[in-house]
Ligand binder design. Structure first.
Ligand code: ADP
Ligand code: MG
Length: 471
């Protein structure tokens, strides 16, 4: 229970970014007695001002997710704020940047992933693609994942692979062995304890397990080896909170597909994370909510629209003298044994993650993208946190400030661009690229789409200005 009230709490700040969905707000930190500051990053040359604001507000702990395109800038910012604890740390957020980073993280910690190839030299990739086995899965490593599988392609021959890279110009060239899978499973963790998990299955005869493509999801009987791998991954990342997409192979093996601190989650989960952070920062002065194992199987029965409105959910703890306790009396087959859920709560404890005191993934070494590349694509606005498939189980897609629908609306507000043409543009460019094109008045769309002329370009730029003035 609560310790002395005397110990001073650190000054908390929430990190916001223009255009990016807010994962937390103050209401997730219910009961925090002090003022919570907010600092907003405005992109483009905002680094120095941002640092000044954090210093001026005397923030000790800055909580929030860094999207891919701001990751490298925030590594620099974090260095200039050595006394500020970023939560999650920039090292924990290494995986947020790109699929390449997820892979390098998994390689380092010997975590199972589909066999992955990353090429920065085109000739070497081509040479390899000519002689390797197929099918392969080609992915865009860096950029938004807001289409859930949109930048993921299956290729069956050297010819297909080489022409796909030629068309899409993905760089680095990132691809994997194709893994036949039953389903993929999303696991969310807080302090390394699984707090929510669900299956996503592909539609009949398809291989993409994204629910946006017509697949299904359910919360029941997530296997032990999946939860164990998620915990191992969260521990390797030293993550205060974490989500993992794990492929459940037809061969029964589990492999990591994606992992990050940025993910879509119901408000009650964000409340749990807020309460966890309060517990973590207060030396136990605040209580942690009890989040029993497999609570998701029960909460998953609630209509998602209702679940979306539920806040600060907490459960009673197991108490041996009280035999009405639901989670206390329930036994289940788990792994090889049949166990009480409260026994599993002992096995999967919420752990207290400590601040780091050195850099694990310094960019001088690990920023392959910029270290290899001459043109830098970074520090541009992005909306890459939410993917379509997650809108199914997440309220966030509804409140996002710039989503795909919004972008279509902007495109279509230009006379001469209808549904079909808007879709064509969106097929060719990611949201991140489009925002960058508007912001820099780049000619990229004209270069790649023949019907897109100077006049349309001018009109579109003014529609973008118009849209921005309204937000
Ligand atoms: N190596 C692979 N083998 C088979 N299917 C894959 C493989 N990698 C990804 N997939 C399928 O493609 C989907 C999207 O891939 P993912 O890496 O999660 O990218 P994103 O969600 O960013 O588009 C996965 O959910 C899975 O269904
Ligand atoms: Mg995915």
């Amino acid at each position: 229970m609560a310790k002395s009230k005397e110990s001073k709490l650190p000054k908390l700040g929430l990190l916001y970014m223009d255009y990016v969905l807010r994962f937390f707000d103050k209401s997730n930190f219910k009961g925090w007695p002090d003022k919570i500051e907010i600092v907003t990053y405005h992109w483009k040359n905002d680094k120095a001002r941002f640092i000044r604001e954090v210093k001026r507000k005397k923030i000790d702990v800055l909580v929030g997710n860094i999207p891919a395109t701001a990751y490298e800038t925030f590594r620099e910012i974090a260095r200039e704020l050595p006394n500020v604890r970023f939560m999650p740390s920039m090292d924990t957020q290494f995986s947020n940047k790109s699929k390449e980073n997820v892979t390098r993280f998994a390689w380092k910690y010997d975590l199972p992933i589909p066999k992955t190839y990353i090429y920065y030299k085109k000739d070497n990739a081509t040479k390899f693609l000519k002689k390797c086995d197929y099918p392969k899965i080609i992915k865009k490593s860096y950029g938004p994942s807001n289409y859930g599988g949109y930048f993921v392609h299956k290729v069956d021959s050297p010819k297909e692979a080489i022409s796909l890279f030629k068309e899409k110009k993905y760089y680095p060239q990132y691809f994997q062995d194709f893994v036949p899978m039953e389903a993929d499973i999303r696991v969310m963790l807080i302090g390394h304890k699984p707090v929510c998990a669900f299956w996503r299955r592909a539609p009949e005869g398809e291989w993409l397990t994204n629910t946006s493509q017509g697949g299904s999801m359910d919360y029941m009987d997530v296997p032990k080896n999946v939860l164990d791998l998620a915990v191992k991954t969260s521990k390797a990342a030293k993550a205060e909170y974490w989500a993992c997409d794990i492929a459940y192979g037809k061969d029964g093996k589990v492999r990591i597909l994606e992992c990050a601190t940025a993910f879509a989650a119901f408000p009650y989960i964000r409340d749990w994370i807020g309460q966890y952070i309060m517990w973590n920062l207060s030396d136990g002065r605040f209580n942690m909510p009890h989040m029993p194992m497999f609570n998701w199987e029960e909460l998953g029965k609630i209509n998602p629209d209702l679940l979306r409105t539920m806040r600060n959910i907490t459960f009673g703890k197991y108490n041996p003298s009280y035999d009405g306790a639901y989670f206390g009396n329930k036994k289940r087959v788990y792994g090889d044994a049949k166990k009480y859920i409260h026994e599993l709560d002992e096995e999967y404890q919420v752990l207290n993650i400590q601040a780091r005191d050195s850099e694990e993934w310094p960019s001088e070494k690990w920023n392959y993208q910029d270290n290899y590349k001459t043109t830098k694509l970074r520090d541009i606005p992005t909306t890459d946190i939410i993917s379509d498939d997650e809108s199914v189980d997440s309220p966030q897609a509804k409140t996002i400030e710039l989503d795909k629908q919004e972008m279509i609306k902007i495109l279509k507000s230009v006379k001469g661009i209808g549904n079909k043409k808007a879709k064509e543009i969106l097929n060719q460019f990611s949201m991140v690229e489009l925002v960058d094109i508007f912001e820099t008045k780049s000619k990229k769309i004209r270069d790649e789409i023949t019907w897109f002329n100077k006049d349309l370009s001018k009109k579109l730029n003014s529609e973008w200005k118009n849209f921005k003035s309204k937000i």
